[in-house]
Design a protein around this ligand. Structure first.
Ligand SMILES: *Cc1c(COP(=O)(O)O)cnc(C)c1O
Length: 464
């Protein structure tokens, strides 16, 4: 054993040092002592396997290193992020930020008991979906509704309840994969229904569906191809036509509309997003959509449609495994309430606020932040630039919105700057483009502008 190892300070010596003594008081003796042991073990391994002589830190340096490392380990994995990526529904960043009203409802409902499954009028056991069902029906025109953990769950549950052991007819042009882990054929297989593909990649006709209907058919499924587009010679069958065909054969038509628009998003420059109420009006028996995409609410999946089908789905054993808790119900209810008045929704649902923010406003904020950041030692040059933000959240890559960014030419490298900003609290994320680090003002809330500037100030000197 190298001599040097005999001279390492002991665990108890290190625990007596100033930085660690304080930590023992604030964290816990066992945790800090474990940290010290792990550190010393690693150091011993490093020294005994090193090919050349290693500089050994002094006991004070060691104690400080251990304290830093423990502080870092103690940071929660889930941390607040300022989203400067320009991806509005960033799945990696938790998709939609929720409205203040939704946040307040969660606070109010989650700290105590709540009437999750109790009908307070009768005192009897009720269904938890009652908290939001009336509003979903009002906003979509459906007769009944239920809520699951997300749209993937809504799809699996609906297919299981309505078509387990039967065939479900789907156009070959609608067999989507979203974000790698959502693949319609796999979800279908898990549900116990059998996929019956019809038509071709680019064209599916009404007669393709009609010919596929037989003894084994359990349902017809239409899926919104959210993240791709077939151009050129194409043919799809409308919801109206499919609804007529399904009803003629006494089959349910399920319509997975994906993003779940409750209002028309063409006013924000987003094209071809199916509106929930339109699908119900066109005759879909059951529609499926996410709560945290275009609605801008909490993560959940919504199933809405005919009462008999919703009742059947509620009775499926998978329902229990996919139901949501009181926090989701509270946030969803408060978010949906805002949609009763479209103008109010545009002001109060953060997603709609971001989409309707005038470009001039973004430009002014980008100019101001650029001038404030230009003196940072981490920034060698900085200017406002006109750019394109993206909707994201499994939507088409060409669903873009005009925006302004702060474009930073870093003193070191764009990747190094990005890594430093991610380590901050709150973390700041942007996008790296041609060696520049861009902060997109469309996805940064005006209330976060100051925190962006502070994040740069918190980076310390440029060469540390
Ligand atoms: C996003 C999407 C899903 C998956 O929804 P999650 O809420 O993420 O589970 C399913 N179908 C379509 C058409 C989608 O766009």
């Amino acid at each position: 054993m190298p001599n040097i190892l005999r001279n390492l300070p002991s665990v108890s010596q290190l625990l007596e040092s100033e930085p660690l003594k304080k930590m023992v008081q604030t964290i816990n003796h066992g945790v800090v002592a474990d940290g010290v042991r792990t550190f010393l073990d690693e150091l011993r391994t490093q020294v005994s396997t090193a090919t050349e002589e290693m500089p050994i830190p002094t006991p004070t340096e060691m104690a400080e290193k251990i304290a830093d490392w423990l502080r870092n380990e103690d940071q929660p994995y889930l941390r607040k992020v300022i989203n400067g990526t320009g991806i509005i529904l960033h799945t990696g960043l938790g998709r939609a930020p929720i409205a203040t009203a939704a946040m307040e409802a969660v606070l109010d409902i989650s700290a105590g008991y709540a009437s999750v499954e109790i009908d307070l009028a009768s005192g009897e056991r009720g269904q938890r979906v009652k908290a939001v069902e009336r509003l979903i029906c009002e906003l979509t025109g459906a007769e009944a509704a239920l809520v699951t953990n997300n749209n993937a769950a809504a799809t699996m549950l609906t297919l299981s309840a309505m078509a387990k052991g039967h065939e479900v007819i789907v156009s070959r042009g609608q067999l989507i994969e979203i974000g790698g882990s959502y693949r319609l054929p796999d979800v279908m297989e898990c549900s116990g229904a059998t996929l019956k593909e019809v038509g071709t990649t680019n064209k599916t006709h009404l007669y393709d569906y009609e010919r596929a209907i037989g003894e084994e058919t359990g349902a017809i499924l239409k899926v919104h191809p959210s993240n791709f587009e077939v151009v050129g010679f194409t043919k799809t069958v409308s919801t109206r036509e499919l609804a007529a065909l399904a009803s003629k054969h006494r089959l349910p038509l399920i319509d997975d509309i994906g993003s779940g628009a409750l209002i028309d998003y063409e006013q924000f420059g987003l094209m071809n997003e199916p509106v929930a109420g339109q699908s119900i009006a066109d005759g879909a028996d059951v529609i499926l959509f996410s709560g945290d995409k275009l609605i801008g609410g909490p993560q959940c999946g919504i199933v809405a449609g005919k009462k008999e089908y919703v009742q059947r789905i509620l009775k499926d054993p998978l329902m229990r495994a996919m139901r949501v808790g009181k926090m989701t119900l509270a946030a969803l209810h408060a978010t949906l309430l805002l949609y009763r008045d479209a103008e109010k929704a545009k002001q109060e649902v953060p997603l709609l606020r971001m989409l309707s923010m005038p470009v001039d406003n973004l430009k002014l904020r980008a100019e101001k932040i650029a001038s404030q950041l230009s003196s940072s030692p981490h920034v060698s040059a900085c200017e406002p630039v006109e750019e394109q933000a993206m909707l994201g959240g499994g939507s088409l890559p060409d669903q873009r919105v005009p925006t302004w960014c702060v474009a930073i030419t870093p003193a070191t490298s764009a990747d190094a700057l990005a890594a430093k900003l991610r380590a901050g609290s709150p973390a700041v994320m942007g996008r790296v483009h041609k060696d520049r680090f861009l902060l997109d003002m469309r996805t940064v809330s005006p209330s976060e502008d100051l925190a962006v500037v502070k994040a740069f100030e918190g980076l310390g000197s440029a060469n540390s």
